[in-house]
Write a protein that binds this ligand. Structure first.
Ligand code: ADP
Ligand code: ASP
Ligand code: MG
Length: 416
């Protein structure tokens, strides 16, 4: 017997037929004698619709009311799945975040889970009940519903798995695992049987939305055995009930990965914007004056490049922000223009960041040079570069994103 948390994403619960199919996956694990808790997302497209309604109601709305609206999608799915399970003779009950409770901080719209007392769910296991939990939501210190940011049901699932000390957290989605890159962009992408926590963290934070970043962090810290697998596979296909190696991708410690590749995957993020401050004074305190106000506005600044002007007294400062934050960022910077003594604030949106990821890079030279050469051969211009021990990120013009992903995927042999 094992204790398992099963999470089903939006496309997996897109309509009643699919919810019934999900119920079959759950029933399989219950019938095998496991203790099961389930986390569900809103039906595909529902959260987008709810978000658009809040914007339509008012562009500048209260984040607490945003949460009251957008958390409702998961509530519907949890109830529907409990109904389907009951119809199959499985003892099931739906629960919302506040009932567990899943406690969060006060950052409405992007809240972080601060605590889950596992005892409530452990009691449900004791009663032989399958708890079907609404993902993406918890309750804040203000006693109001708080949501965890887009894609947050992954985080709900891993956090719950950690709280109840589950043997496994299975993230069911519309692909059968984590691939070397998004299979929608590169059909030659290959499924990885395992990927290390560190690499998955980079993949997720650099654009692969197959898992929410925070869920990977939690899995890494709490050592939750997390699998990414498909809900579209026949629930009773051979091997689906394998307790040790279910079909899919295991996110695990790097020690568990026997065959290390130099490059494991390619991630990409579209909708990047670039801001350049021209001829900024080159003196202490200038960076703080530029990036402080952006941090106050909670704008995520990414690649930062600084070049010194010819006479050495001025510098150009270039960096990227998500396109959605560009307007807000430029407004904040216009205010400090005088203080930092710069000539102009220039901006451009519609860029893409392509990242090459692999723990093998720690011990292999020349990975970056290979990328630059391959992109040059395709005539793709590089605007900025950042690197860490296990990744290289390259900023390019948006229309070249797909070509760049496929080129890099091929050049590191990931097609094979
Ligand atoms: P869910 O609704 O189940 O949470 P998501 O849409 O959030 O599903 O995530 C699954 C999607 O992630 C896939 O359909 C795929 O297009 C995309 N994706 C991006 N990068 C990868 C990758 N490296 N491996 C697998 N899927 C990826
Ligand atoms: N329904 C939420 C979203 O679409 C959370 C999730 O699906 O993980 O972002
Ligand atoms: Mg998701």
């Amino acid at each position: 017997m094992a204790r398992i948390v099963m999470k089903f994403g939006g496309t997996s619960v897109a309509d009643i037929d699919r919810i019934r199919n999900v119920a079959r996956h759950v029933k399989r694990e219950v019938d095998a004698g496991n203790e099961v808790a389930v986390v569900v997302s809103a039906m595909a497209g529902k959260t987008n619709e709810l978000v658009s309604w809040t914007r339509e109601a008012s562009a500048m709305h209260d984040a607490r009311e945003y949460d009251a609206v957008v958390a409702s999608g998961e509530q519907v799915t949890a109830g529907l799945l409990a109904i389907c399970l009951q119809g199959m003779g499985v003892h099931a009950r739906s629960w919302q975040g506040w009932q567990i409770p899943i406690r969060t901080d006060n950052s409405h719209g992007a809240a972080r889970i601060v605590d889950i007392d596992g005892s409530f769910l452990i009691e449900r296991f004791g009663e032989g009940q399958v708890a079907v939990i609404a993902g993406f939501q918890g309750i804040g210190p203000d006693n109001r519903i708080a949501t965890l940011g887009r894609g947050g049901s992954d985080t709900s699932a891993v956090a719950i798995a950690a709280a109840v000390k589950a043997d496994r957290c299975d993230i069911y989605t519309d692909v059968d695992g984590v691939y070397t890159t998004d299979p929608r962009v590169e059909p030659k992408a290959k499924r990885l049987s395992k990927i290390s926590f560190e690499e998955m963290l980079e993949m997720a934070s650099l654009g692969a939305k197959v898992l929410q970043v925070r869920s990977v962090e939690l899995a890494m810290v709490h050592k939750v055995r997390t699998f990414v697998r498909s809900s579209f596979t026949d629930p009773n296909a051979p091997g689906m009930d394998d307790p040790i190696n279910p079909p899919g991708t295991l996110i695990c410690d790097e020690e568990e990965i026997v065959e290390q590749q130099v490059v494991t995957g390619i991630a990409f993020a579209k909708d990047e914007a670039q801001i350049s401050l021209r001829r900024v004074a080159d003196r202490p305190g200038v960076s703080a004056a530029i990036f402080g106000p952006l941090a106050e506005e909670r704008i995520n600044v990414d690649m930062i490049v600084q070049n010194v002007s010819e006479d050495g007294t001025k510098t150009d400062m270039t960096f990227t922000v998500p396109s959605g934050d560009l307007e807000k960022a430029v407004k904040a910077l216009e205010k400090v223009k005088g203080e930092v003594g710069c000539d102009a604030v220039q901006s451009e949106s519609g860029l893409a960041k392509i990242s090459v990821i692999g723990i093998g890079m720690r011990s292999h030279a020349g990975v970056a040079a290979t990328a630059f050469r391959a992109l040059a051969e395709k005539g793709i211009n590089i605007r900025a570069i950042t690197t860490s021990e296990i990744k290289i990120s390259i900023l390019i013009d948006g229309p070249y994103a797909e070509l760049a992903v496929r080129t890099l995927h091929g050049v590191y042999g990931l097609d094979k």
